[in-house]
Design a protein around this ligand. Sequence first.
Ligand code: JE8
Length: 244
Amino acid sequence: MTMRVDVVTIFPELFELPLRTSIIGRAAEQALVSFGVHDLREHGIGRHRSVDDYPYGGGAGMVMRPEPLFAAIEPLRAQGAEVILMDPAGERLTDALARQLARAPHLALVCGRYEGIDERVRHLVDREVSIGDYVLTGGELPALVLIDAVVRLLPGAILEASHEGDSFATGLLEYPQYTRPESFRGMDVPPVLLSGNHGEVDRWRRRQALRRTADRRPDLLESAPLTDADRTILGEFSDDAGSS
Ligand code: JE8
């Protein structure tokens, strides 16, 4: 079963390369996902295909008119899409939300620009999602971020094992990674990784993940599933800031 993702935007060209490249591009080639990018201007009003107008009540900037958005969104709703408006006031995109959305058969992502959309368009959407607390110029990059987070979770998109260890699946930050060469500019790969002792390697990685999380994102430890052994290791860190 292929997941369908439609996008509504005034900048369809922004989606061309990202949706053809790397893991997303390969998932599309494998028919794990198919994309439809719809130019909102095709529903624009008048000879100038206008999609925006001045805000009632005055103020700076322009607002996206409801008619083109309704015309673009209604057929997608009729096809059964879950319609998502990318919006700074939306629910935050988290790993848990990406996993939930990855189970949907059909998503339609609506991208605003300017000062945003006419309020009446919210009646036509199922949910509103934000990718974080910073101001962007429109919903297109957020839509691409959401697509990236969701498509990599589709079965077959990446080696399944690659997301079992995901930082937000284990609830911890990831352990440090090394590849060749063994020594680079005086910095050596930790010998345990060369030992061939998989039990030792696993314990070292868990310890490093715990240490990095305690140092950089102690907030994550409150909800991470931790074993008694993990808690013992964390206790050692706070006893002795210099221990490995
Ligand atoms: C957007 C956005 C997400 C995020 C998403 C959609 C449409 C109200 N503001 C609108 C005023 C300043 C300019 C803004 C531009 N804009 C931004 C986002 C987002 N999802 N995490 N940050 N920003 C639109 C218009």
